[in-house]
Design a binder for this molecule. Sequence first.
Ligand code: GLV
Ligand code: MG
Length: 317
Amino acid sequence: MVAAGRPRRSCLAVPGSSLKMLDKARGLPADQVFLDLEDAVAPLAKPAARKNVVAALKEGGWGGKTRVVRVNDLTTPWTYRDVVEVVEGAGAGLDCVMLPKVQSASHVEWLDLTLTQIEKALGLEVGRIGIEAQIENAAGLVNVDAIAGASPRVETIIFGPADFMASINMRSLAVGALIPEYPGDPYHYILMRLLMAARMHDKQAIDGPFLQIRDVDGFREVARRSAALGFDGKWVLHPGQIEAANEVYSPAQEDYDHAELILDAYEHYTSEAGGRRGAVMLGDEMIDEASRKMALVIAAKGRAAGMRRTSTFSPEG
Ligand code: GLV
Ligand code: MG
């Protein structure tokens, strides 16, 4: 199954308190920007940040980027004002609200109802604004199936590794890095759990930040792990990480070409002209309906990334 939605290979975090970064983010080649009102903004700076974010969304100039605002989580006193101010002020210029530290389906249901209220009051299309649910603690992970299915507005399930590591007392300060004392990938279970919930409800799965922003090779290494499992994209905290994310979460050219070949070959061989065959050889590889489904995933990612084929299919004589 191909998770529905807009491309989100690179999701750029922009602190709502920084006018300079809000301005600079417009010109960067990220698939998504999220203007942050949560942890990148100090408590005393939050009211001013809301105003900056509203002004930045109203001003526009974001090109084809998905425009998201991360509000504060529902254990704080700020969430309702974040949502009301941002959506009333700039709802038409906003694609999704990101809710961090989601712990149960009721958090998503609250946001869904609140968005509906504001959309109705303002005469905006009801249901257009999506929800991104960030999972950052054990309760969120245990309840992630219900969270992913809590509203049709949910577009993504996002891993928040820094908060998650703190909440489960993981003995590491290096987000995403392997832990020498542990003989395996300490994130494997969490990533797979999030991915299963996301795919069960046809949502996108997004990996969280990598904090060593000057270590682009380190970023690539961590990103490759979640991309290999099937994640759709990753947060980027610095312009230097954007290109790496766009590359890692797009298929390799060779894989994209191969996927398109499988689709063409399968279509041909299952047709009347191709002999109505269900399982055939493509070079040294046997392909069937399951191969078509796998190829469709890679081809869809490549097409969404604007890739072009460098080979064509021709039936063997
Ligand atoms: C992001 O919010 C994280 O906690 O990693
Ligand atoms: Mg967090």
